[in-house]
Ligand binder design. Structure first.
Ligand code: NZQ
Ligand code: ZN
Length: 386
């Protein structure tokens, strides 16, 4: 195993009714709260009212309208409110987009210049406001990790900052809050969870046996429960297992002892940055094609292990098992109702060259990935996705 440091400072409150702790816990961070949320789902499903009950007695300022693939402009708006109103803490009520925007706002609020500077040079993030989360969609793991992805529409860049200062201090995860998710978002969330674990599982170092076995458990959880929530959105067992899978899937536990760079996310981020595509949808299209592209003599045994452990493939020959595993991944995404080509989501080849360059420039794909990829590889993957 590689050496590692492991510290997660997020207080998780998991389960039905856990919102009841919000008032007391948030009180530790101060009285002046910026409440951040998305396009209004929380007003329709009643979560907003439950949160507001808890916020009785606080001075609450609101920033609504955070879009999926959150934009830099919104972050600028949020940092301005924090500075003008002397905000003590940020309460993000939503999913990855709302949480990520809140993290950028939390850092931007403590920085004199433009928040984009912090994305370009994360060493400039010296301080951040405390962040609390009420999670309403399980996918990204942002509720218990230190990453935050933001899109700069002017430059067509979708980039991440990642620093321990951005761990939420508190995350309330109530699986019943997921009952109102549209099927597409439930499905995209399951794809994202599976993809996060695969990114960490397919790495050059495969000596971290314990981490791999934990990862297989999380991936099996997604494969078991992902389809159940599509059929039965109010199934508490399925929602709760998936919700915890999303948190564990990307809270750094499953990267312990491994290291390396991710393979599919850097490619997907440029696509959703350019086309505002749902992140999980982009991953569903790219992942099986990436698997086929990197499958070879050097990778077949790990792909075969994945196929056997996660999808129960019972074939002795590694290459045959690996191919069967890729087929299973494809079938799983189709079962969730995900598209399988870029054409289906209205994307043609006009930006392939730009996006391939961007994917290489902004990631460790060509230097530290499971199988190193260059621009031509990424172009080829895009073409096979058409
Ligand atoms: O905006 P509202 O009206 O709330 O609707 C949202 C949004 O349209 C809706 N939704 C959320 N909870 C709901 C609900 N609708 C009904 N009932 C509920 N309970 O779902 C839609 C998607 O929300 P979003 O927050 O965009 O989803 P997700 O959690 O998948 O976040 C995606 C963003 O996170 C980034 C992605 O790139 C993307 O920008 N990621 C963040 C990561 C991180 N911080 O660690 C890692 C990931 O790999 C990912 O890159
Ligand atoms: Zn993701």
């Amino acid at each position: 195993m590689n050496n590692f440091d492991f510290k997660i400072p997020t207080d998780i409150r998991f389960g039905k009714g856990k919102i009841s702790c919000l008032k007391e816990e948030l009180g530790h961070f101060g009285k002046r709260i910026l409440l951040v949320y998305g396009g209004g789902s929380i007003k329709k499903n009643g979560i907003y009212d439950e949160v507001m009950q808890q916020l009785d007695g606080f001075d609450v300022y609101e920033l609504s309208g955070i879009t999926p693939n959150p934009k830099l402009e919104t972050v600028r708006k949020g940092t301005a409110i924090c500075k003008e109103q002397n905000i003590d803490a940020i309460l993000a009520v939503g999913g990855g987009s709302t949480i990520d925007a809140s993290k950028h706002i939390a850092a931007g609020a403590c920085y004199a210049g433009d928040p984009w500077d912090l994305v370009l040079d994360r060493s400039k993030v010296k301080e951040a406001l405390p962040i609390a989360v009420v999670l309403t969609i399980c996918a990204t793991g942002s509720e218990m990790n230190s990453g935050a992805v933001i899109t700069n529409e002017e430059t067509c860049e979708k980039l991440e900052i990642n620093t321990p200062l951005l761990y939420p201090k508190l995350s309330i995860c109530d699986p019943t809050y997921l009952y109102s998710l549209p099927p597409k978002q439930s499905a995209a969330g399951s794809v994202d969870i599976l993809s996060h674990v695969m990114e960490q599982y397919f790495q050059p170092n495969d000596e971290a046996f314990i981490t791999d076995v934990l990862s297989e458990g999380v991936m099996k959880t997604v494969v078991k429960y992902g389809p159940i929530v599509m059929e039965d959105p109010k199934n508490y067992e399925a929602r709760s297992n998936l919700m915890w899978a999303s948190t564990v899937g990307l809270n750094h536990l499953l990267t312990v002892g491994k290291g390396g760079a991710w393979s599919v996310h850097p490619i997907e981020h440029v696509v959703s940055g350019c086309y505002d595509l749902t992140h999980g949808v982009g991953l569903a299209i790219l992942t099986p094609v990436w698997m086929e592209h990197v499958l070879g003599d050097g990778t077949k045994s790990r792909f075969a292990r994945f196929a056997r452990e996660v999808f129960g493939v019972k074939v002795d020959d590694d290459m045959t098992a690996a191919k069967e595993g890729i087929k299973k991944v494809r079938e799983f995404f189709l079962l969730l109702g995900m598209p399988s080509t870029l054409s289906e989501v209205g994307i043609d080849d006009s930006k392939f060259e730009f996006m391939a360059k961007e994917a290489i420039r902004t990631s460790g794909l060509s230097t530290r990935a499971y199988v190193k990829l260059d621009e031509n590889d990424v172009m080829e993957i895009f073409k096979k996705c058409l």
